[in-house]
Ligand binder design. Structure first.
Ligand code: M5T
Ligand code: MG
Length: 580
């Protein structure tokens, strides 16, 4: 940046000599014309030999040289200052994304994804503008105005003062109009996000809209937002169209003053014609730096606001982080909850209350309970998606907080309740958790999850694209793909959060058989609403309102005639009814 400042000062140094050269040339030409000098017919051939040609030739050459130096230095300025600002932008953006990846879930419930997106893009861009254009224009304004004003005062103090008269107006005008444009662009930007968000929502739920016959309603809703955008945009366009004519009007006033006052002085004999030409150029040189003063003040304020928003994120505490020298040894798979209480950051109510649970390595555990009982919340604590508010969780007897986050997460195969698949091929979706997974690994885990045959039925097999630009899997296919994704990691701990709910009982049996035979020696936690899924588990926990109210094997629990027994009977009854 220092280098850029030096280049820019140099560029402006050369710039101020251009009007001087023009003045000299004009004054010499005028002298020659007063002496009735005869211009030779073929001026180029006689270049540098006749007096007129000498004046024009030499001065042109020097002028070209000066302009050339100005151009080279300006290029060097941009290459240093603007390039620096791009690098700053690159660093800040990486820092933000790095931070965003680590921030706790509570951050994401506080900020919408749109807001997060704007901070990582728009705000970073505004800060870049500070390092680029704002600094560049500021240096430019200072050095150019310094050189130009010095020259102007050297030539004629009175005319300088006259010429400077309208300049503050230009500065103020630029400040006012860029401020106005900025305020309105922000409003328009917001309106645009609303419009884009609505369009995205509409098209991703297009099936629902058609099925509920809401096409016309959605169309009208969109049109209303679109109309509001149009009106706001047109207003901004009008103000923007005012900018250049307005600026030109003020410039015109400056130029008229120079010609008027300068003309008087020429007539009085205190100034030459060349001086007027020189002054007109000086005034033109000053216009942009002076306008830039208003413009940069505005930009500077915006950069500052953006920087505040960015540093707010950068200064946030990641909360769930590795402590110094975390444990990275191999995981055995013993999990213990000790008096664990948990609530979500955005609510007050405890979701888990003083919960105790002990799972031995290789044990096959099931968690059942009514909807909203806290099953999902419980298992989310194991890979530390959240931390408990009270009590602690131990993995192999060591508090989770002492473990390396990467190690814990690497050792857990998690199948969330809601399946998320990326817009990528099925193969890539399965391989997600393992870098450089081989085709064989992908196929094996698909086989274990009982989804391989389905995939082979697709024309492009494992290369079939999913999501927006591809096919949509059935609910059960999605779940099994997610199971394959967990299995491919070959994890010590497997967590299935209601992951067989969309699978028929026959497929479920096949999956469970595989899990039991091949995956023995792994700790498995299975959440389910269906007793058939979990009746063979080593241990079943019944959860109600964040507490374990019953535990034991299937037989034990039935004999206890409690909640589990009721649940079982209800399901048996339903099955019988279904058979009739
Ligand atoms: C238990 C609340 C939810 C419910 C309670 C996942 C989640 C849940 N909750 C939040 O406030 N924020 C969240 O991100 O916590 O919910 P659960 O643990 O999801 O219950 P479940 O898994 O036993 O239910 P289900 O329907 O999956 O069987 O009050 O509002
Ligand atoms: Mg759940």
């Amino acid at each position: 940046m220092v280098l850029g400042a030096i280049f820019l000062t140099g560029a402006n140094f050369f710039l101020v000599w251009i009007p001087v050269l023009i003045r000299q040339t004009m004054d010499r030409v005028e002298q020659l014309s007063e002496n009735n000098y005869q211009v030779p017919d073929r001026i180029l051939e006689t270049l540098f030999t006749t007096e007129a040609a000498e004046v024009l030739g030499w001065n042109s050459l020097i002028l070209i040289g000066t302009v050339f130096m100005y151009g080279v230095l300006l290029f060097a300025t941009r290459q240093t200052l603007i390039v620096t600002s791009r690098k700053v932008e690159f660093d800040i953006r990486n820092d933000i994304v790095n931070k965003l990846m680590k921030l706790p879930q509570s951050f994401y419930s506080r900020y919408s994804s749109g807001e997060v997106y704007v901070r990582a893009t728009e705000d970073v861009n505004k800060v870049r503008e500070y390092y680029g254009p704002v600094i560049m224009y500021s240096i430019n304004t200072i050095t150019r105005a310094g050189f130009v004003l010095t020259m102007m005062f050297l030539v004629n103090t009175e005319l300088t003062l006259w010429a400077l008269l309208p300049l503050p107006l230009i500065s103020f005008f630029a400040y006012w109009i860029t401020g106005f444009i900025h305020r309105h662009s922000t409003i328009i930007q917001e309106q645009y996000s609303v419009l884009a968000g609505r369009a995205k929502e509409t098209f991703s739920s297009i099936r629902l809209i058609k099925a509920f016959n809401r096409l016309e309603y959605e169309q009208n809703r969109f049109e209303k937002e679109s109309e509001s955008y149009r009106v706001k945009k047109l207003r901004l366009d009008m103000i923007e169209s005012l900018f250049h004519p307005g600026l030109n009007f003020l410039i015109g006033i400056s130029l008229i003053i120079v010609i008027w006052k300068g003309g008087e002085m020429v007539i009085a004999g205190t100034l030459t014609i060349g001086n007027i030409a020189e002054f007109l150029i000086y005034v033109a040189y000053l216009i942009w730096p002076v306008a830039a003063l208003g413009y940069t003040t505005n930009r500077f304020q915006r950069s500052l606001a953006s920087w505040e928003r960015i540093s707010e994120i950068l200064n946030l505490d990641a909360q769930i982080e590795n402590k110094e020298e975390p444990i990275t040894k191999e995981v055995e798979g013993a999990i213990e909850f000790r008096n664990v209480s948990f609530k979500y950051p955005e609510t007050e109510e405890l979701v888990l209350k003083n919960l105790n649970l002990k799972i031995h390595p290789g044990e096959n555990v099931a968690i059942v309970g009514r909807t909203g009982a806290g099953k999902t919340s419980l298992v989310q604590l194991i890979p530390r998606l959240f931390d408990p508010v009270k009590g602690n969780i131990r993995l192999d007897g060591i508090p989770l907080k002492d473990w390396s986050l990467e190690k814990i997460r690497e050792s857990i195969g998690f199948v969330p309740q809601e399946t998320f698949l990326f817009s990528d091929t099925i193969g890539e979706n399965i391989a997600f958790g393992v870098q450089g997974a081989s085709q064989k690994m992908i196929e094996d885990s698909a086989e274990k999850a009982q989804v391989k045959d389905n995939i082979l039925d697709f024309e492009k097999k494992f290369k079939t694209m999913l999501g927006e630009r591809g096919i949509t899997l059935s609910g059960g296919q999605k779940q099994r793909t997610a199971i394959a994704r967990a299995l491919i990691k070959d994890p010590k701990i497997l967590i299935f959060d209601d992951s067989l709910s969309a699978v028929d009982t026959k497929t479920e049996d096949a999956i469970l058989k595989h899990l039991r035979s091949e995956l023995s020696g792994r700790t498995t936690i299975m959440i389910s609403h269906r007793i058939s899924t979990i009746k063979d588990a080593d241990m079943i926990y019944y959860i109600e309102e964040g507490q374990i109210v019953e535990s034991g094997t299937h037989e034990n629990l039935l004999a206890g005639k409690g909640h589990y027994f009721d649940m079982y009977n209800k399901q048996m009854l339903e099955e019988e009814l279904a058979e009739i």
